[in-house]
Ligand binder design. Structure first.
Ligand code: ZN
Length: 252
């Protein structure tokens, strides 16, 4: 089976056909998917979906864009949400100095607090990092026992190597089907460090550009990795699924 390690299928755009979306994923061999929260409300929606559908798992956390909205007791709330058996990680957390919807200082504070929370409750993290390569890795390396993944990787090989050195995984989206520079990164890092994701509804891979993205399309990401590394799709499927299950140990 494939696993879509990162999607946002609680958005309104999926409201009318969520069952079809999940069934299409199943038919394509995408047997599990992780629904990623970006604030308390969406984290709740992820848990709701995970309760409803056996093959959906959830994460809870504050995205850097939303970090300025984190309520004073948000860590306690996230911590109790994380007790749910279907909540497999703290995320989407991180730093985004491209948009800076939230102040850089606030982003960093909320990121570090959530890294520490993940460490204290023994859950992995799902990290977003944009225009913040150094700061993201600095904060992660200060919270030594965290495990996690840098999602939607869009940087260079040197950064990928630093991430691997920290023990983190690297996750690729549909970007790799149309951003040629990422092929070099994929060719030069080991398959046992790679996760695949759609980031639905965003970042539709070729040949679905311009359409709403959905979990079944994670197969296209795997195909592209197989092509770049000149290996069988089957090998990519098995290894990325193994990696995902290794990292998100609560998935059964
Ligand atoms: Zn995301």
């Amino acid at each position: 089976m494939f696993i879509d390690s990162h999607c946002h299928i609680y958005y309104d755009t999926f409201h009318d056909d969520i069952l079809d979306v999940i069934n299409r994923a199943q038919d394509a061999g995408v047997k599990k998917m992780i629904c990623i929260g970006v604030d308390l409300k969406s984290s709740d929606s992820c848990i709701e979906l995970a309760q409803k559908f056996e093959n959906v798992y959830a994460t809870v956390g504050f995205h850097p864009h939303e970090s300025k909205l984190a309520e004073p007791n948000f860590l306690n709330i996230l911590s109790s949400m994380a007790e749910n058996s279907k909540v497999v990680a703290i995320g989407e957390i991180g730093l985004d100095f491209h948009y800076t919807h939230s102040d850089a200082d606030i982003q960093r504070k909320v990121f570090i607090q959530q890294l520490e929370l993940a460490e204290s409750i023994g859950l992995p993290t799902v990290v977003h990092s944009r225009k913040a390569d150094n700061e993201t890795l600095e904060d992660i390396s200060n919270v030594k026992k965290t495990k996690g993944v840098i999602h939607c990787f869009a940087s260079d090989l040197a950064q990928a190597e630093r991430i691997i050195k920290l023990g983190y995984y690297i996750s690729f989206t549909g970007l790799i089907t149309f951003v040629d520079e990422l092929s070099d990164v994929i060719a030069n890092i080991p398959l046992n460090k790679i996760l695949i994701e759609t980031d639905s509804p965003y970042l539709s891979p070729v040949p679905f550009r311009g359409k709403r993205n959905e979990p079944k399309n994670v197969v296209e990401i795997a195909k592209k990795i197989a092509l770049i590394k000149a290996i069988d799709l089957e090998v990519v499927k098995q290894q990325t699924t193994k990696n995902t299950l290794n990292l998100f140990h609560k998935i059964i």
